[in-house]
Design a protein around this ligand. Structure first.
Ligand code: GDP
Length: 314
């Protein structure tokens, strides 16, 4: 069995460039027997290929770089955290919760603020410098006016991206906008084998069984997911990710790592570490944070309390 994910995009044209041969595959019984699930986004070993009918059998699943549960996608390497400037209004604590949840996955993220056309210039400038001080470089966009969509599309290139954010900020609208901006024929011209995966029946069939088996939810509540090829390479999940951060993977000890402000202080500090290895940065002696307060520290404190309570009851 393969031990590692194929590195980079080269040598794997089907994945890296967004073009390739489309095969209708079934999972070999032996994989099912050992309960080896195949998720959307998995790199797999396909054998016994029938090139005439373009069919194959999935014989093995490469080790996953990442796996997210909501939506169930393997090898996601980019999260797009989407909020809106207005309707609903950008709310710093809620944004922090999402950023912490996204950071806790270890997957690189981009922060985008939609509905920018509803905000005045002053609000955009203020938020930009505020978010910079948090450690993020936001992309302002508007699905409505198309502002910033090119920059966003560029940030998706060569990556498998899932969009996350609260309800109503425009996640589905953005996915649709990027979907309609995609011109598969431009890419197909370079490769005769290519047929757009977009809307493929294979995905429709695959995703229902896969998701319901994993989530254990009824079929009517199942969240389907498929990956849309992005022009220039990479994929975008057609289903938004979590819209309520549970923070269940965040522990008391790991919370600080989810704040770029803490990471910056720790990196800049000569001693690099606090006096106590289990320091929670809440006033312990020898804490490197001492005197290095930042705007979101009260949010850190609040989330830490919440996590402490959860851990006590676990
Ligand atoms: P989701 O819940 O995050 O998927 O949000 P939706 O995509 O369903 O969008 C919620 C509402 O916001 C819809 O009425 C959209 O038409 C609207 N919307 C999306 N993008 C924009 C935008 O850039 N500007 C404005 N003014 N409205 C938008």
């Amino acid at each position: 069995p393969p031990e590692a994910t194929p590195s980079g995009s080269s040598g794997n044209s089907a994945y890296g460039s967004g073009v390739g041969v489309e095969l209708l595959c079934v999972v070999k019984a032996v994989l099912k027997k050992i309960k080896r699930r195949v998720l959307v986004g998995d790199r797999v070993v396909v054998g016994s290929i029938d090139w005439v009918d373009r069919r194959g059998w999935i014989e093995n699943v490469f080790q996953r770089k990442t796996e997210i549960v909501d939506p169930p996608v393997a090898n996601v390497d980019h999260l797009l955290v989407l909020f809106s400037m207005e309707q609903p209004k950008l709310e710093p604590f809620l944004l922090t919760r999402f950023l912490v949840e996204a950071e806790s996955t270890g997957i690189p993220l981009t922060l985008a603020l939609n509905k920018a056309e509803l905000a005045d210039e002053e609000a955009l400038v203020t938020w930009k410098s505020r978010l910079r001080s948090w450690g993020y470089e936001p992309i302002f966009c508007s699905v409505e006016s198309k502002l910033g969509l090119d920059t966003l599309a560029f940030s998706l290139r060569d990556q498998t991206t899932v969009i996350v954010g609260p309800s109503g900020v425009g996640k589905s609208s953005l996915i649709n906008a990027l979907r309609s901006d995609y011109h598969p024929r431009d890419v197909a011209a370079e490769d005769n084998w290519f047929e757009p995966i977009l809307g493929s029946k294979w995905f429709e069939d695959q995703r229902v069984g896969e998701v319901s088996a994993r989530s254990g939810r009824g079929k009517h509540t199942t969240r389907n997911v498929s990956l849309l090829p992005v022009a220039g390479g990479g994929y975008l999940a057609d289903t938004p990710g979590f819209n309520q951060p549970s923070l269940l993977k965040v522990t008391k000890q790991s919370l600080a790592e989810a704040f770029p402000e803490f990471r910056r202080v720790l990196k800049a500090s000569d001693s690099a570490n606090c006096a106590f290895s289990n320091c929670l940065h809440v006033g312990e002696p020898g804490c490197v944070l001492d005197g290095n307060m930042f705007e979101r520290y009260p949010y850190y404190f609040q989330l830490l309390d919440e996590i402490k309570i959860r851990e006590e009851f676990q």
